[in-house]
Design a protein around this ligand. Structure first.
Ligand code: SAM
Ligand code: SF4
Length: 328
């Protein structure tokens, strides 16, 4: 049995939010005072997360990304990784993190066969880091980046392009790929900031980001990406790493979408832009069997909206929640 939607897209990738809590307060993700976090008992337990992942892996999901909030702020996250790594149906367990807490865990992550780390880093300047994240942990994050570069883990740097804050660093980030084997991905800013929408003309979309890069380089080589890749990828002649642009807001990648999301409270999302289809936590806590849960996943995936615009149009409210509650 597989998870396939009515447009023939097969779902093989789960993004699971470990928590809604975070140690940073990034401007594009939440207001300065943070978001209203839920009561601890509303969060999925690790046991529930393990069960969900096991059932989904029996339905063909072979890749899991653990995100949040900040996954490493949840107690016993490393123990959960150990347990999850016993599931041999999963080819890849990846993590998205802000990196501030993880330098010491890197050897353990290698040992557990974690494949890739997406490290979120929006600036290479200490003072700006503090402005963007509203926290003073630039040194810790850079230490993590250095240690990751020495490790066997694949690294992707996630850079949200924030008008007025870091657009002048696009070239600095690309220069990191000159002699480092890493992939920098520029992400269009989305209105998931706990407050609501910015006007469209403020947003640096894919075209504008690419134009900025083109202005500075004449040796851009497009790379062939996997069909389900979220980014369009490029390298520069003689550069070791690569860079890409993620059209998170302009949503030109939906045709090949292979993913679903489960939030930290168990809300199942067929699309980043929908407002949640059903709560798997309540279903499990009401005694559902594995078979019933699997059937619910199959039926729900079948209704996956064609793209992020359709999903947004079907929402009850406007987009305004924080990415930290969705699991970015
Ligand atoms: N705390 C971890 C981190 O920052 O990597 C994981 C969760 S965070 C919500 C996941 C990703 O979403 C990060 O790369 C972050 O930069 C991105 N993100 C958060 N808010 C966003 C927004 N409004 N627009 C675009 N990307 C956003
Ligand atoms: Fe925290 Fe990640 Fe959101 Fe920044 S982007 S506030 S690190 S959840």
């Amino acid at each position: 049995m597989h998870l396939t939607d009515k447009f023939g897209r097969e779902i093989t990738y789960l993004r699971l939010a470990i928590t809604d809590r975070c140690n940073l307060r990034c401007q594009y993700c939440m207001p300065a005072h943070g978001i209203d976090i839920v009561d601890r008992k509303e969060l999925l337990t690790y046991k529930e997360m393990y069960r969900i992942t096991r059932i989904l892996s029996e339905l063909g999901v072979n890749k899991v990304r653990l995100t949040g909030g900040e996954p490493f702020v949840r107690k016993d996250f490393i123990k959960f990784l150990e347990t999850l790594s016993f599931n041999d149906k999963l080819d890849q367990i990846n993590i998205t993190t802000n990196g501030a807490l993880i330098a010491k865990h890197i050897p353990k992550l290698e040992e557990l066969n974690i494949k890739a780390i997406n490290l979120s880093l929006d600036t290479l300047q200490a003072d700006r880091f503090k402005t963007i994240t509203r926290r003073n942990v630039f040194t810790e994050t850079m230490e993590t980046l250095d240690k990751l570069l020495e490790s066997s883990l694949q690294i992707k740097l996630n850079v949200v392009v924030i008008p007025g804050l870091n657009t002048d660093e696009i070239v600095d980030f690309i220069e990191l790929t000159k002699d480092k084997d890493l992939s920098v991905r520029f992400i269009e800013e989305m209105p998931f900031n706990g407050v609501g929408q910015k006007t469209d003309d403020e947003i640096w979309n894919m075209k504008k980001i690419y134009h900025e890069i083109e202005k500075n380089y004449n040796n851009i080589i497009p790379l062939k990406s996997k069909r389900s890749s979220t980014s369009q990828n490029y390298t520069l002649e003689a550069y070791k790493g690569s860079f890409g642009i993620i059209p998170a807001f302009t949503r030109t990648i939906c045709n090949d979408c292979n993913r679903i999301r489960i939030t930290a409270t168990g809300m199942f999302k067929n699309c980043l832009f929908d407002d949640g289809v059903f709560n798997i936590r309540d279903f499990m806590r009401n005694g559902a069997s594995d078979k019933e849960i699997a059937q619910l996943f199959i039926n729900t995936v079948h209704k996956k909206p064609k793209n992020g615009f359709v999903a947004e149009a079907n929402r009850r409210d406007n987009v305004s929640e924080s990415m930290s509650t969705i699991g970015g």
